[in-house]
Design a protein. Structure first.
Length: 170
């Protein structure tokens, strides 16, 4: 199964932090919806899912998708399937007939998938903002202290958002 890690980053490399004063860029959100629809699914962490659900996240463009929430503590979440580990999430999607898994929000979730060598491709949407605070993608695991990635493509999404795609060797 091909696993794609999708994230929106700021121009200075942090995860873009969204909120009422700083809403996500519509071009990045549109890209996520298109990527999720193409994959037929997405995987998120519990906090990201709860934030999405608070904004009507399970419906709309995501109504017909398999949504998997990776959480050690959450057992049942409306509109989603829960998995306790990254591998369990991938196994569930594979068993449902998916050939691609889209990994979305949660810095800790991204690090867990990367640390276990479960990511095949990275999609970074670079938003035209600078943020003084924010999370970074940290590669804690010794396996990932340095890893070459292969450039696949770049494209402009509009609104100053640039998408970069890279492949990782597994």
């Amino acid at each position: 199964m091909k696993t794609i890690l999708w994230a929106t980053l700021t121009a200075n490399g942090n995860y873009a932090q969204s909120g009422p004063e700083n809403p996500p860029k519509p071009e990045a959100l549109g890209d996520f919806a298109a990527q999720a629809k193409a994959a037929g699914n997405f995987i998120v962490g519990r906090r990201t899912y709860e934030a999405m659900a608070g904004n009507g996240g399970g419906g709309g463009p995501f109504a017909d998708l398999d949504i998997v929430v990776v959480s050690a503590s959450a057992k049942e979440l409306p509109g989603a399937t829960t998995a306790s580990t990254p591998q369990e999430a991938l196994d569930y999607l594979r068993d449902r007939g998916h050939s691609t898994a889209l990994l979305s929000g949660g810095g800790a979730l991204h690090q867990a998938f990367l640390g276990q060598g479960l990511v095949d491709e990275l999609i970074f949407n670079i938003a035209p903002v600078l943020e003084g605070k924010g999370l970074n993608i940290l590669l804690d695991n010794e396996k990932y202290t340095y890893q070459d990635v292969t450039f696949v493509e770049s494209k402009l999404l509009g609104g100053g958002v640039v998408q970069l795609r890279y492949a990782l060797a597994r």
